[in-house]
Design a protein around this ligand. Structure first.
Ligand SMILES: O=C(O)C(=O)CO
Length: 332
């Protein structure tokens, strides 16, 4: 008797680790989702995907399936056990209904840290030095005429909100530019992990940082952490950068804070309704805008794809994910 291998479904595309994906066929039957939209996907979950055990999903596959919310999860077959997400942020997946149904989730911590921290540091330097306004001035044929003097990173206090892997990788970079780093996190880090960064309260972080970097995950508790009240607690002329998720900050309130001068310059890689951008941010040259490029390097994309594939291999071979999300840490 030959036992059939577990069915693993790819939602999205594998661009770099194609050989590693193909090699998974020694432990799994692989298929690639060709459903055109959420409605068709739900229909296919009753047909050609009715024995699926694990999915590999990409950030962009949300355009086909929509969010992995309770409504979608109830359509999956009883065989379904693992969502292996390509990305550090897994806000497109509702953890509570997954946990209720015994579905485990993995994400990509650590592999994203350096590339995202590089973008983070670029945004800090660009915002402090007013590079967006200067570059646009040059393109208008005005060279540097009228571009206001900017600020050095040296001697400034960087406040990191959310001191996970990316926050800690950013700390190293910022210190190389002479910045002093303080942080707020749900839990205080061990002295080894904090590596000299001062732990402060949320309010103190807002009140005493010259530059604020948002590095916290998006979930129902962190949505709009930076809102009108938070802006009011900040130093006048603060610089803010965000490489986490747009919705951790209220974009409309940010536009107001820029208009009042409370916030001086901003660097953003992520947006509340990306790829749509608030017109008040688009029109403001004091805001550097990047199209969500945190991890978009060849090396990092390949590492992330391999990390997801390794999670799938481990799940179907040992029933354990290598990098299960923190909310489910005690479940395996
Ligand atoms: O890994 C993620 O979640 C990203 O958003 C990459 O920038």
């Amino acid at each position: 008797m030959t036992l059939s291998k577990p069915h693993v479904l790819l939602l999205g595309e594998i661009r770099h680790a194609k050989a590693e994906w193909e090699a998974l066929s020694d432990v799994a039957t692989l298929s690639v989702c060709d459903s055109a939209n959420r409605e068709e996907f739900i229909k296919d979950l009753k047909g050609k995907y009715s024995d699926v055990v694990a999915v590999y999903r990409t950030f962009n596959s949300v355009a086909i399936t929509g969010r992995f919310d309770a409504e979608l999860l109830k359509e999956f077959p009883a065989t379904f056990k693992y969502v292996c997400h390509n990305g550090a942020g897994y806000d497109q997946i509702d953890v509570a209904p997954c946990t209720e149904k015994g579905i485990h989730i993995s994400n990509c911590p650590s592999t994203v840290d350096d590339a995202t921290a590089d973008v983070n540091m670029f945004l800090i330097l660009g915002a402090l030095r007013n590079f967006n306004e200067a570059m646009s001035n040059l393109r208008k044929g005005n060279w540097n005429a009228g571009v206001p003097l900017s600020n050095d990173p040296d001697g400034k206090v960087l406040g990191i909100l959310g001191m996970g892997g990316i926050g800690r990788a950013l700390k190293k970079r910022a210190e190389a530019f002479g910045m002093t780093v303080q942080y707020y996190n749900r839990n205080q880090l061990s002295p080894e992990l904090a590596a000299g960064a001062k732990y402060v309260s949320f309010d103190e972080l807002l009140a005493t940082s010259d530059v604020l970097s948002l590095n916290l995950p998006l979930n129902p508790k962190t949505r709009h952490t930076i809102n009108k009240e938070a802006f009011e607690k900040m130093k006048d002329g603060i610089v803010i950068v965000n490489t986490a998720r747009g919705a951790v900050m209220d974009e409309a309130a940010l536009v107001d804070a820029l208009a009042s001068g409370k916030v001086k310059n901003v660097g953003l890689d992520v947006f509340e309704a990306e790829p749509k951008i608030h017109p008040g941010l688009m029109a403001n040259e004091k805001v550097i805008l990047l199209p969500h490029m945190g991890t978009l390097t060849y090396e990092t994309q390949k590492k992330m794809e391999i990390q997801v594939i390794d999670n799938i291999r481990s799940a179907v071979s040992t029933a354990k994910l290598n990098t299960i999300v923190p909310e489910q840490a005690g479940l395996q």
